[in-house]
Design a protein. Structure first.
Lengths: 107, 122
């Protein structure tokens, strides 16, 4: 299976700063099958980015995704208190679909 | 607006069977989208259980394949999860989710149910 390793495990930043979250795959992932999710405490995951870099509906342009092959990045610019959450990357190109272990964002 | 809602018993005895239903509104279970189950043990990350699409066979996580069945009920626009021989390790929040297919690309798990917490305990 494709193992996704996210770093860092926890990220502590201040409002207005930029967050850079990394997702590294154990084998190459097609760009079309890499997504990012936000999970706030007590809530279901929410799709942020699909196809590596396409924002889902109503996701603000502060969120952006990039990468290819085995290295992918989620960038959150101008952090807001509402961004407190755990962020997961996911590949859904090869079954079993897999998620990274998550990056916890503290603000 | 697409909505998904999980339902089923919240407490299952060890060695018993966990059965959940995901009711879908705003989309047809007959569509080319794929219907998924994902779980999350307390304080842990997300684990993909499996998926089904109408007209196709289900696909499962190998770690659960011997115990899991996902099926579709087109008459009620629902899909279900059955997990047999459960243990305490199956205690988790269970989510259903839609993997969107537009005809030219896959759009991620764009809609999720709120989740239902299932506890395995005697």
């Amino acid at each position: 299976e494709v193992v996704l390793t996210q770093s860092p495990g926890t990220l502590s930043l201040s409002p207005g700063e930029r967050a850079t979250l990394s997702c590294r795959a154990s084998q190459s992932v097609s760009r079309g099958f890499l997504a990012w999710y936000q999970q706030r405490p007590g809530q279901a995951p929410r799709l942020l980015i699909y196809g590596t870099s396409t924002r889902a509906a109503v996701i603000p342009d502060r969120f952006s995704g990039s990468g290819s092959g085995t290295d992918f990045t989620l960038t959150i610019s101008r952090l807001e208190p509402d961004d407190i959450a755990v962020y997961y990357c996911q590949q859904f190109g090869i079954t079993p679909y897999t998620f990274g272990q998550g990056t916890k964002l503290e603000i | 607006q697409v909505q998904l809602q999980e339902s089923g018993p919240r407490l299952v005895k060890p060695s018993g069977t966990l059965s959940l239903i995901c009711s879908v509104s705003g989309d047809s279970i007959d569509s080319r989208n794929r219907w998924n189950w994902v779980r999350q043990a307390p304080g842990k990350g997300l684990e993909w259980i499996g998926e089904i699409s109408h007209g196709l066979s289900a696909d499962y996580n190998p770690s659960l394949k011997s115990r899991v069945t996902i099926s579709v009920d087109t008459s009620n626009n629902q899909f279900s999860l059955t997990l047999i021989s459960v243990t305490a390790a199956d205690t988790a929040m269970y989510y259903c989710g839609r993997l969107r297919y537009t005809g030219s690309y896959w759009g991620g798990f764009d809609f999720w149910g709120p989740g239902t917490m299932v506890v395995v305990s005697s």
